[in-house]
Design a protein around this ligand. Structure first.
Ligand code: RUB
Length: 306
């Protein structure tokens, strides 16, 4: 698929979820490089830069997209000709896609160790990484129940409920405002991540911080399922994560409200590290306080490149 079509599909949420948009960005750059017809390396690099910008501008919050795109273009500036550059883009993209899909599987296996037979779980939105934990636990014959929150305004909870139900998991959909009431019945919360900051706080679908607060109040464990390419290198340098605001039409139909009523539609929020029991990554489970060390020492210099 072309870069412009991919960027448009990410912007319109046809392709959504932090992992999927990162893989779509990598694939679009690979397709772009593969079908490139020019021969000048400098023009190719400039065109790749434009393609990168178009993808990065499609959605601003999930650092996964940034990391996926940057990983795909790594080393390309040092290549001699278009053939070598295009081959590197394709092999980087392939590596990123394979390792990111594998990370979701590994997170499922690690996270499932925290799920006990008979547990009632809760999740928000539609996270492949969080769903991987629940599906893995279920496939291990653990008898689990899951509450999926509706997740206004896009109602991604419907997707989650369908997916869990298709797997044979006992699933209950609740409206977002029911979270505090149902928390009394919940043993553990598993959520996904769009971005994890260097001090271990989580940026995820708006409402996640309320879920975390309700879990904290009820002494329910709160786990974040995040591949390490959701760690944001920019936050090491003090950058704030941009919270995407989407159109008012996602909340209210035209004509439904007087024109004087304003609508504010932020689609992500920030959950402080203090409300997170652990972050489950493909490298293992870690406390939010360990993110800085993993980012700087284990993932190495490339993870620190803003
Ligand atoms: C999706 C969302 C998901 C994370 C993680 O928001 O907040 O929890 O992206 O998903 P949106 P995954 O629907 O606005 O993209 O684990 O699949 O990467």
């Amino acid at each position: 698929m072309s870069v412009d079509d991919t960027a448009a599909d990410i912007k319109s949420m046809k392709i959504r979820g932090a992992g999927k948009i990162a893989r779509a960005g990598a694939k679009a750059l690979s397709d772009f490089a593969d079908s490139y017809e020019g021969t000048g390396i400098q023009t190719f690099l400039a065109d790749l830069e434009k393609a990168k910008r178009a993808l990065l501008e499609s959605r601003p919050t999930a650092v996964s997209l940034w990391n996926g795109v940057c990983f795909t273009l790594r080393g390309v500036a040092g290549t001699k000709d278009v053939g070598e550059a295009a081959a590197l883009v394709a092999s980087n993209a392939e590596k990123f896609i394979v390792s990111s899909e594998n990370a979701v599987k590994v997170i499922g296996e690690i996270g499932a160790k925290r799920v006990q037979d008979g547990d009632t779980l809760l999740t928000i939105c539609n996270s492949s990484a969080a769903i991987s934990v629940m599906k893995t636990a279920h496939r291990q014959n653990k008898n689990i129940k899951v509450y999926a929150t509706e997740t206004r305004p896009w109602r991604q909870g419907i997707l989650t409920a369908r997916e869990l139900d298709a797997e044979g998991i006992d699933t209950t959909l609740v409206v977002d405002s029911a979270v505090r009431s149902v928390m009394k019945k919940v043993d553990k919360v598993f959520v996904g991540a769009d971005t994890v900051t260097s001090h271990g706080s989580l940026i995820n679908k708006v409402g996640t911080s309320h879920v975390a607060l309700a879990a904290h109040e009820a002494r329910v464990q709160f786990y974040v399922c995040a591949e390490t390419y959701k760690f944001s290198p920019m936050t090491l340098f003090g950058d704030m994560v941009t919270i995407e605001e989407r159109p008012s039409s996602e909340i209210s139909a035209p004509g439904e409200l007087p024109e004087t009523v304003k609508i504010y539609n932020p689609v992500f929020d920030s959950t402080p590290a203090a409300y997170i029991d652990a972050i489950i990554t493909e490298l293992g489970m870690m406390s939010p306080g360990a993110v800085f060390g993993v980012m700087t020492h284990q993932l190495g210099y490339s993870a620190m490149q803003p």
